[in-house]
Design a protein around this ligand. Structure first.
Ligand SMILES: CC(=O)SCCNC(=O)CCNC(=O)[C@H](O)C(C)(C)COP(=O)(O)OP(=O)(O)OC[C@H]1O[C@@H](n2cnc3c(N)ncnc32)[C@H](O)[C@@H]1OP(=O)(O)O
Ligand SMILES: CC(=O)C(=O)O
Length: 555
C-alpha cells in the first residue's frame, strides 16, 4: 500500500488531543469525532488507551459493534511494565479486548526515562519493547511503535536509542514513529536525526516491505508542523497529529495545517481531493464538540485565513486572488471574505456591496461618499468589520434604498437596583405605519428592557419580530481616559433562530449606544433579512437545493 508520494495520516485527537487541559470528551463526543474523521478519510484514528479509564474501553467496544466505514481504529498502550510477563500485564489484556487490528505501543528511547522513570536497566527496557510487540504480534495485532522522547534520547545515547528501534523492528513493528515528546526539538535537528535513523536502519521509504518511519511532534517550541514536514522530507511516511493541534501542554502537530501543506504544497497524497474540501468544516465541528472557540486566525481553516482588509489587498484580490492568497480557499473548504474598515478602499466597498447583491460602479461618486462616510464613522469609534449588518444599512441609505420600518420618537429607562436581581423598565414611543405607540417592558437590565419594549410595539405590525432575540452584547470603552464620560461602542448580535447578524452603536452614553445597535438590529431583521432569504431561496432553486452557504448573514 505504500508508495513514494503517499503520507499516511494518523489522528490522535481522541487520545493525545484529549490530554489538552480544558478538553473532556464524553463517549458520545468521541464517537462523533471518530465518525467525522472517518468521513474525512483519515486512514488511522487512535481512539484512546483502553484500560486507562472505563470510557476508552467502552469506546472501542461500541465501535467494534458499529465499525467505522474506512479508517483503521487504533488502540494505544505502553509497553509492559518492568519485570512483568507481557501476558500478565493488565494493560496489554485491555488493549487486546479493544479488538482492533492495529495497536500503537509507546516505549522508552531516552535512557534518562529508563533509569529515572521506569527505574530499570537499559537491557530490561529492550526486553519490555521486544516482549510487548512479540506478544501482540502473536495475538494477531499489527503494531505501530511510538518511540517516546526519540530526539532527546538519540542525542543522549544514540546507541541505546537505535537499539530500541532495531528491537521493535525485529519483534514485528511495521511503523517506527519518532516522537518529539517534549516538543523542544527544532526542524534542522529533526532533519539530520531522521536522516541518520533512516540510514542506520536501512529504511527505504519506497519499499512497501520495509518498516517505515513516522513522526509525532509536540508544539512546545511552536514548530510541530515544521518538524513533521522536515521528517517527511527525510522519508517519514506517517504523520501523527490532531485536529486544530489540540494536545498536552502546547499541543500536537496540527493536522489542519499539515494536511494542506503536505498535499497542496508538497504534492503528497494524504486525502482525496474531495475529502480535502471537508477540512474546514471538520476543524470547526471538532472545536464545537470539544467546546473550545475556533482559532479564527488558524492557517488554512481559520475564519480570517482568507479575509482581506487592506484596500490595496482587496483591490488586487478582485483582479486576481493569487495576489494575496497562497492557495485557493475552496481547496480546503474555506472561503474568501472581504472586511470593511477604515483601512478600506473603494474595492472593499464594491466587493462588500456585491456580496449584498448590489452592483456598484467604481466611477459612481456615491461609492466615494460611502467610503468617506465609513471612514468618518470609524474615526468616531464605529467598527464595521464585525458589524456588517450596520454597514449594509449605511450603504443602502447612501443609495436611497433604506426602508423606514418605524420611527422611534424616544425612550426612557428606569433601573431598580434595590432588588436582588437588577430589574429595568423601559418606556418607548414609536410611530409605525402612521400609528403612534407607547409601550412599556421589563427586562433584566436596561438593554434587555429596551429591546423588549421596542419589539412589543413592533410585533403588531411585523409578527416576525416575535422570533428576534439578542444573542450577544459586547461593550468596548473607546477612550478610557475620559472616565465615566468615555465613548462606548456596543456590538449587538441578533438572531431569528436561523440567521445571526451584528449591528453597532457608538455614544458616550452606553444606553444610547446600545439603543442604536438594537434599533439597527431590528431594522435589519425586518427590512434586509427577508430580501436576503428570498435571494438565497432563488439561488437554492437554481442550484437545486442547499443552505444559505456563504451568505453574509448566516454563520
Ligand atoms: C507521551 C505520552 O503522551 S504517553 C501517554 C500519556 N497519557 C496518559 O498518561 C493518560 C492515561 N494514563 C492513565 O490513565 C494512567 O497514568 C495509567 C492508567 C496509564 C497508569 O496509572 P498508574 O498505574 O496509577 O500509574 P501512574 O500514572 O502513577 O504512573 C505511570 C506508570 O507507568 C510507567 N510507565 C511510563 N511509561 C511506560 C512505558 N513506556 N512502559 C511501561 N511502563 C511505563 C511509569 O514508570 C509509572 O510506573 P510506576 O507507577 O511504577 O512508577
Ligand atoms: C507517544 C506520545 O504521545 C508522545 O511521545 O508524545
Amino acid at each position: 500500500m505504500k508508495n513514494d508520494k503517499r503520507v499516511w495520516l494518523y489522528d490522535t485527537t481522541l487520545r493525545d488531543g484529549a490530554q489538552r487541559e480544558g478538553i473532556s470528551l464524553s463517549l458520545e463526543d468521541k464517537i462523533t469525532i471518530a465518525r467525522e474523521l472517518d468521513r474525512m478519510g483519515i486512514p488511522f484514528i487512535e481512539g484512546g488507551w483502553p484500560g486507562a479509564n472505563p470510557r476508552d474501553g467502552q469506546f472501542f467496544w461500541k465501535l467494534h459493534e458499529e465499525p467505522l466505514e474506512r479508517a483503521e481504529l487504533v488502540a494505544f498502550c505502553s509497553t509492559r511494565r518492568p519485570n512483568v510477563r507481557a501476558a500478565e500485564d493488565k494493560m496489554l489484556q485491555a488493549i487486546l479486548a479493544a479488538k482492533t487490528r492495529w495497536v500503537t505501543i509507546f516505549g522508552k528511547s531516552w535512557d534518562l526515562h529508563v533509569t529515572e522513570g521506569l527505574k530499570t536497566t537499559l537491557e530490561e527496557n529492550l526486553a519490555m519493547i521486544r516482549d510487548t510487540i512479540e506478544y501482540l504480534r502473536s495475538r494477531g495485532k499489527r503494531v505501530i511503535y511510538d518511540a517516546e522522547h526519540w530526539f532527546d534520547g538519540y542525542l543522549q545515547n544514540p546507541v541505546h536509542a537505535i537499539d530500541t528501534l532495531k528491537t521493535a523492528i525485529s519483534a514485528g513493528a511495521e511503523w517506527l514513529v519518532l516522537c518529539d515528546t517534549n516538543g523542544g526539538t527544532l526542524p534542522a535537528e529533526v532533519s539530520w536525526i531522521a536522516g541518520e535513523v533512516r540510514e542506520k536502519l536501512a529504511i527505504d521509504p519506497d519499499d512497501e516491505n520495509s518498516p517505515q518511519l513516522g513522526i509525532h511532534a509536540h508544539n512546545d517550541a511552536g514548530v510541530a508542523v515544521a518538524n513533521s514536514l522536515a521528517a517527511v522530507i527525510e522519508g517519514a511516511r506517517m504523520v501523527q497529529g490532531t485536529i486544530n493541534g489540540y494536545g498536552e501542554r502546547c499541543g500536537n502537530a496540527n493536522l489542519c495545517t499539515l494536511i494542506p501543506n503536505l498535499q497542496v504544497k508538497m504534492g503528497y497524497d494524504c486525502l482525496e481531493t474531495e475529502q480535502l474540501t471537508r477540512l474546514t468544516e471538520t476543524s470547526r465541528k471538532v472545536s464545537e464538540i470539544v467546546n473550545l472557540a475556533p482559532d479564527e486566525h488558524a492557517p488554512f481553516v481559520g475564519r480570517s485565513a482568507f479575509a482581506h482588509k487592506g484596500g490595496i489587498h482587496v483591490s488586487a484580490v478582485a483582479k486576481n486572488p493569487l495576489t494575496y492568497e497562497h492557495i485557493a480557499p475552496e481547496a480546503i473548504g474555506n472561503q474568501r471574505r472581504i472586511v470593511i474598515s477604515d483601512q478600506s478602499g473603494l474595492s472593499n466597498v464594491l466587493s462588500k456591496a456585491s456580496s449584498f447583491g448590489i452592483d456598484l460602479d467604481k466611477n459612481d461618486p456615491t461609492c466615494r461618499q460611502i467610503l468617506d462616510r465609513l471612514k468618518e464613522l470609524e474615526s468616531e469609534g464605529y467598527q464595521f468589520e464585525a458589524a456588517e449588518a450596520s454597514f449594509e444599512l449605511l450603504l443602502r441609505e447612501a443609495l436611497g434604498q433604506r426602508q423606514t420600518m418605524f420611527d422611534l420618537k424616544g425612550f426612557q429607562v428606569h433601573c431598580d437596583m434595590l432588588r436582588s436581581e437588577s430589574e429595568a423598565i423601559a418606556t418607548i414611543k414609536v410611530t409605525v405605519k402612521g400609528e403612534d405607540l407607547l409601550e412599556v417592558a421589563e427586562g433584566i437590565g436596561p438593554v434587555s428592557a429596551l429591546d423588549k419594549a421596542l419589539r412589543k410595539a413592533l410585533v403588531k405590525f411585523y409578527p416576525e419580530v416575535a422570533h428576534f432575540h439578542l444573542t450577544d452584547y459586547k461593550v468596548r470603552i473607546l477612550d478610557s481616559g475620559s472616565g465615566t464620560e468615555a465613548k462606548t461602542r456596543v456590538l449587538v448580535e441578533s438572531s431569528n433562530g436561523h440567521h445571526r447578524w451584528t449591528t453597532v452603536g457608538v455614544s458616550s452614553n452606553i444606553l444610547e449606544a446600545s439603543y442604536r445597535a438594537v434599533v439597527e438590529g431590528i431594522e435589519y431583521g425586518l427590512s434586509i433579512l427577508p430580501r436576503r432569504s428570498e435571494e438565497a431561496g432563488g439561488r437554492r432553486q437554481e442550484a437545486g437545493g442547499g443552505d444559505l452557504v456563504g451568505s453574509q448573514i448566516s454563520r
